[in-house]
Design a protein around this ligand. Structure first.
Ligand SMILES: NC(=O)c1ccc[n+]([C@@H]2O[C@H](COP(=O)([O-])OP(=O)(O)OC[C@H]3O[C@@H](n4cnc5c(N)ncnc54)[C@H](OP(=O)(O)O)[C@@H]3O)[C@@H](O)[C@H]2O)c1
Length: 198
């Protein structure tokens, strides 16, 4: 069954970006290994450890569609029209950017909330592919709405001090997680959790 998964590089003090939205050294590990990994859907080629390339292969090839926050979409300049994952990105926003609305655009703009965006992404992806959630704010809303199945953290041994917090605006009730696996790697620890739904 299609799973809804959030993945991000996160500093030890819980930030996904600096206050100016730059990721700073959070993404250094994408270029510090000896194994090339061409990121599906883009022209980017990562250089990571062999362990990480195998993990990427497991995750990236299973992405069928993405649910993306408008802020990340803007910061990334719409990835020049070649968004990561290669599938359709359902961009959650209050204001549709007309320049990206055309037949064959990799972006569909959703103005009526994340549940609708996740539903449309699932319909597009099919049951054997997963939905990639992009954007901390969108992840928080998915978590609160019970729509998120897994959280994958690439934990970076770095203290950013300030910036965009990953776990902000959570529900008042605790969210229980189960550890799926922990993989120690060079300059990064890969942590995967399942969201417990009772
Ligand atoms: N470390 C990593 O791996 C990593 C990966 C990706 C991104 N990042 C960074 O993470 C940060 C993400 O920022 P973020 O979490 O604040 O934003 P986000 O999740 O990317 O986008 C939030 C925006 O989406 C729109 N939105 C959210 N919910 C909505 C709703 N229910 N209905 C309509 N529109 C809605 C709003 O924009 P509008 O009101 O403008 O429409 C809102 O400001 C960025 O700095 C990015 O560079 C880090």
């Amino acid at each position: 069954m299609s799973k809804v998964i959030y993945s991000a590089s996160v500093s030890l003090d819980g930030f996904v970006a600096l206050p100016n939205d730059e990721v700073g050294p959070l993404f250094d590990w994408y270029a510090s290994g000896d194994t090339e990994y061409p990121l599906p859907g883009t022209n980017m080629v990562f250089k990571v450890s062999r362990v990480c390339a195998a993990l990427f292969d497991e995750n990236w090839t299973k992405i069928g569609a993405s649910v993306t926050g408008r802020h990340t979409f803007d910061v990334a300049h719409a990835w020049g029209g070649n968004p990561p994952g290669g599938g359709n990105h359902f961009v959650v926003t209050h204001h549709v950017p007309p320049e990206w609305v055309y037949e064959g655009s990799p972006f569909t703009f959703v103005t009526d909330g994340i549940a609708n965006a996740v539903g449309q992404a699932k319909n597009t992806a099919g049951t054997d592919k997963h939905i990639d959630v992009v954007g901390a704010n969108i992840m928080q809303q998915c978590l609160k709405a019970g729509l998120l199945d897994e959280i994958h953290i690439d934990l970076i041994p770095l203290l950013l001090g300030e910036g965009i917090r990953l776990f902000d605006n959570l529900a008042s009730e605790p969210a229980k997680l189960e550890t799926i696996r922990v993989i120690e790697d060079t300059g990064v620890t890969h942590l995967q959790f399942r969201v417990v739904k009772e």
